[in-house]
Design a protein around this ligand. Structure first.
Ligand SMILES: Nc1ncnc2c1ncn2[C@@H]1O[C@H](COP(=O)(O)OP(=O)(O)OP(=O)(O)O)[C@@H](O)[C@H]1O
Length: 257
C-alpha cells in the first residue's frame, strides 16, 4: 500500500487577541496585562495514510480537526514539521469556501470545478450529473449570496464529489444538508471509498464513522491521542457510552437513513 499522506511532527499555532481596538491594547499593556496568547491548534502530529484507507478524524470541539484538514488540503501550511500528499485532493472543508457570492450557482459550479483542478472538458462532461446531484432547481441560476447554508453545501459537495480525486476530504459540510441529501452523499462517499479513493472524514457521529471508515484518528487539544481501529477509537472517546445521542446530534449519516 503506497503512502498518499505523510504528516511529520506538524504543528500549527494561532494567536488569540484579547482586545479589539488599539486603545484597549495600549491600556492593557500599560496595566501590564497580556494582550494576546499563542497556542498550538495542531501540535507535533505525525501519521501516514496509505492509498485506499478511509480515515475518520474525531475529537472534541476545538481539538484541531479542521485545522489538520486545512494542512492536508494545502489551505494552510504548518509552522513546523511537514505535510506531504500525493495525488489530487478534493472535498469540502467549509461550506461555501471558494464561492463568489455575486455569481450564480451555475457560474460558481464552473469556478469551483476549476479550483479543484477539473478541466473545462471534464466539467462539461460531468455537468448534468453535478447539476442533478446538487438538485437546486431554478436556484442554480440565482446568485449564491441568496443561498441558504444547506444550498451552498449541496453545490460545493456536488462539485467536489465529482472530481476524480485520489484523496477526498469531508468536514462539516454534511452537517447542514437535509436528510435526503445526506443519504445521497453517504451513498456517493461509500462508492468512492469502494473505488479505492483515500478518504479523510471529520465526524462526531460513531455510526457514520463505522459505516465509512476503517481507521480512526483522535485529536486531543491538537495532539494525536489515538490512531487505530474504528471500534477502539470510538471507545477511546467514550462515544459508545451514549451512541444514540452522538449519532443523532451530528451529521446524520450515522442515523438510520
Ligand atoms: N484562523 C484561526 N485563528 C485563530 N484560531 C483559530 C483559527 N482556526 C481555528 N482556531 C482555533 O484553533 C482551535 C482548533 O480549531 P479547529 O476548528 O481546528 O477545531 P475542530 O476540532 O475542527 O473543532 P469542531 O469540532 O468544533 O469543528 C480552536 O481553539 C479554534 O478556536
Amino acid at each position: 500500500m503506497s503512502t498518499v499522506i505523510s504528516v511529520e511532527h506538524a504543528t500549527k499555532s494561532f494567536t488569540m487577541h484579547y482586545h479589539r481596538s488599539l486603545k484597549q491594547i495600549a491600556l492593557a499593556k500599560a496595566r501590564g496585562r497580556q494582550t494576546s496568547d499563542t497556542f498550538n491548534a495542531v501540535e507535533d502530529v505525525s501519521f501516514t495514510v496509505g492509498q485506499g484507507e478511509s480515515v475518520g478524524l474525531m475529537g472534541l470541539n476545538g481539538s484541531g480537526k479542521s485545522t489538520l484538514l486545512k494542512l492536508i488540503s494545502g489551505v494552510m501550511q504548518p509552522d513546523s514539521g511537514s505535510v506531504l500528499t500525493r495525488g489530487r485532493i478534493a472535498g469540502l472543508i467549509a461550506t461555501g469556501a471558494g464561492f463568489d457570492l455575486q455569481l450564480s450557482g451555475r457560474d460558481n459550479l464552473w469556478l469551483n470545478a476549476a479550483i479543484l483542478g477539473m478541466s473545462r472538458a471534464e466539467t462539461a462532461r460531468k455537468l448534468d450529473e453535478i447539476v442533478e446531484f446538487a438538485d437546486l432547481g431554478k436556484f442554480l441560476d440565482t446568485p449564491v449570496t441568496y443561498y441558504s447554508s444547506g444550498m451552498k453545501a449541496r453545490l460545493g459537495f456536488a462539485v467536489a464529489i465529482h472530481v476524480d480525486a485520489d484523496i477526498f476530504i469531508a468536514d462539516e459540510a454534511l452537517a447542514v444538508g437535509d436528510r435526503p441529501f445526506k443519504r445521497k452523499c453517504k451513498q456517493k462517499m461509500e462508492e468512492i471509498v469502494a473505488q479505492g479513493t483515500t478518504m479523510f472524514y471529520v465526524s462526531h457521529a460513531p455510526g457514520s464513522v463505522r459505516k465509512l471508515c476503517n481507521r480512526v484518528l483522535v485529536l486531543e487539544q491538537g495532539r494525536l491521542g489515538f490512531d487505530g481501529g474504528v471500534e477502539e477509537g470510538i471507545h477511546y472517546l467514550h462515544y459508545d457510552d451514549d451512541d444514540e445521542d452522538t449519532q443523532t446530534a451530528d451529521d446524520g449519516l450515522g442515523v438510520d437513513i
